[in-house]
Design a protein around this ligand. Sequence first.
Ligand code: ADP
Ligand code: MG
Length: 361
Amino acid sequence: VRVRPLTCTETRRGDRRVVHSLGDGTVHVSAARHDATFGFSAVFDAGASQEAVFEGSGMRQLVELAIDGFSCTVFAFGQTGSGKTYTLMGPLGQSEAPAVLGLMQRSFACLLEHSRSHGPGLALSASYLEIYNEQVRDLLSPGPPCALPLRWSKTRGFYAENQLSVDFESLETIVELLLQGSRRRRTSAHALNKHSSRSHALLTIRIRSRAVSTNPAPGTNSPGKQGTLCFVDLAGSERVKDTGSTGELCVEANNINRSLLALGKSWGPPAAAAGPRYGPDVYFVARPPAGHCISLLAKPQGKRTHIPYRDSKLTRLLAHSLGGWGVTLMVACISPSSRCLSETLSTLHYASRARRVTTRP
Ligand code: ADP
Ligand code: MG
């Protein structure tokens, strides 16, 4: 869990800090009618540096597992403006100071460093997709964005057909691909965040070991190993009421909510009527339906029923990392502000459920 600092706007209007990290992996939320403590594998308070998050979250180990041939995924989730993009990429375009680079750039550096210092190196390629209004689009191919069909195969699982995959060998190339792709991403300004990401973005690095040694030294990659490292920047969870979205933005919000819901995120008071209701003064209310993936995956193996990955494009593309053979790091991003209390609690409850999911890498 990462708690971002209060923003200038929040400080200026006098928001209170209602979230405090107590050390040893616990986070405490205290406000008038709420007093709750949650435990996680790691909690990063507002003062934590980008480097501390990289080193303390297990991200480095995840990169090493991917080099070793595992399917690894990291995803950032949380309310709009809670620091997901900052955590993954840093303040994109505003500053290139090394200290603020995010998990992605640090992981790329770690990968390339490994490639240079270990034997024949790694063959690396990247693809970058976004899911916008339930359409999968390629962020790397030039020209106007067009929708790619999703396919399924026994060997690959779900994948986007005809997605561009670009080989890279240097940090500059992959960082440039990340910037180019991120500029193509759909963002719109609304009340909570001036550059709100309106799509889910998935950057996947495919890693193949080039080793063809007949007698590999202990600890080196044996030939044929192929791992993936996937970074997922989810569009913010949000209630239409808080962001002041109308018209096209409202359609976007509903599509974002739809796929997050399939993933297991829910909004509004749990006792509310089931099913989405939209309107200027109405929360986007959706009671967690019986079938959302995270809750189902969090049940003990014997009690699991069918997992409805097909409910959204997002869950299809993440099926392998959510419940299959992947290794997944989930970073829950929250704001410390009193105004974000209900979203913060919802993110923390979701994160607690997500923690119980086990995969078999
Ligand atoms: P999200 O992607 O969740 O919508 P952003 O990552 O865009 O949110 O963050 C919203 C704002 O807060 C940005 O201006 C960002 O620079 C700032 N911010 C987020 N996390 C931090 C942090 N840990 N330290 C400093 N600024 C942050
Ligand atoms: Mg974002």
